[in-house]
Design a protein around this ligand. Structure first.
Ligand code: NAP
Length: 281
């Protein structure tokens, strides 16, 4: 496994397992166990995914020592206040059955995230959270946070895949010492992602799938990836990306696929912001 190191010295695996859209207890637990058995040591959940209990139970059942597994979870907007964030973080620890969380994120830079962040800073100083970060920050928002917070985010988890590359965001994170992490590294399968001719053709040279090429591309530009699957063969396939290297020419060709915007969530659409505020977990 390859790692990136946060500015506080904590190391995060370059490849982890995402568990969004697996609300069913048994399915989430089975998929997580498959991932842990396949070698994944980073699990990415959230209060909003409604599966923290299943993830915690899978970790326990795996028998893998706690300090070998990196667990990320996220708090939702409804809990964004100083006390609310502390209470919600404690609830996550209880559901996960863990005494500390490796990385806690605020899921959106929305609502009273400034005070919620102060709550996270307190838990970080108390040692309950080993690292803290943000999700869904576009570069101008990230700069504002980094210039405001006492403790800068260690990571920024945003949508990043060949169709939405966010190079300015990656460059901004690098400038501020914030590690970039990609959610939806397959664009959630949109645009017939897994049959994309460019990714498939590049993959043929290395005996790899379009999915593996997309993961490798992000890893090679220093971005942590957290693909999701409930199928054991795909879980294994997605982990098998450390035995080949894309050439500069391949990287350049993938660069040309960028559409420059998301097709999953539009943070610039007022209706989307209203809807995100209305979601409660
Ligand atoms: N911070 C945020 O706001 C945010 C937002 C979204 C996601 N996330 C995190 O990022 C993780 C990944 O993103 P995501 O789940 O939205 O989407 P994704 O990983 O881009 O795509 C998942 C989709 O790809 C399919 N798939 C996976 N591997 C495949 C393969 N090798 N070949 C063909 N199909 C494959 C999966 O189907 P099967 O499951 O049927 O195999 C699923 O439909 C999430 O699970 C979550 O942890 C965070």
């Amino acid at each position: 496994m390859e790692y990136r190191e946060f500015y506080n010295g904590v190391k995060i695996p370059m490849l982890g397992f995402g568990v969004y859209q697996i609300p069913d207890y048994e399915e989430a637990k089975k998929a997580t166990l498959s991932a842990l058995r396949a070698g994944y040591r980073l699990i990415d959940t959230a209060q909003g995914y409604m599966n923290e209990q299943a993830i915690g139970d899978a970790i326990k059942e795996s028998g893998i020592p706690r300090d070998e597994i990196f667990v990320t979870t996220k708090l939702w907007i409804q809990d964004f206040s100083y006390d609310g964030a502390i209470k919600a973080a404690e609830l996550s620890m209880e559901r996960l059955g863990l005494e500390y969380i490796d990385l806690l994120l605020l899921h959106q830079p929305m609502g009273d995230y400034i005070n919620a962040w102060r709550g996270l800073e307190k838990l970080y100083k108390d040692g309950k959270l080993k690292s803290i970060g943000m999700a869904n920050c576009y570069p101008h928002v990230l700069v504002d946070l980094c210039e405001t917070f006492e403790i800068k985010p260690m990571i920024n988890q945003v949508e990043m895949h060949p169709f939405f590359q966010q190079q300015l965001n990656v460059d901004t994170m690098n400038e501020y010492g914030v590690v970039p992490e990609a959610w939806a590294p397959f664009d959630e399968g949109l645009r017939d992602f897994f049959n994309n001719p460019i990714l498939v053709e590049i993959g043929k040279k290395y005996g790899k799938s379009a999915a593996q090429v997309a993961l490798r591309w992000n890893i090679q530009r220093g971005v942590v990836v957290i693909p999701k699957s409930v199928h054991e063969d795909r879980i294994k396939q997605n982990f098998d990306v450390f035995d080949f290297t894309l050439s500069d020419e391949d990287m350049e060709q993938i660069k040309g696929m960028d559409l420059g915007h998301s097709e999953i969530v539009n943070h610039f659409d007022p209706q989307w912001i209203k809807m995100l505020h209305q979601w409660k977990f």
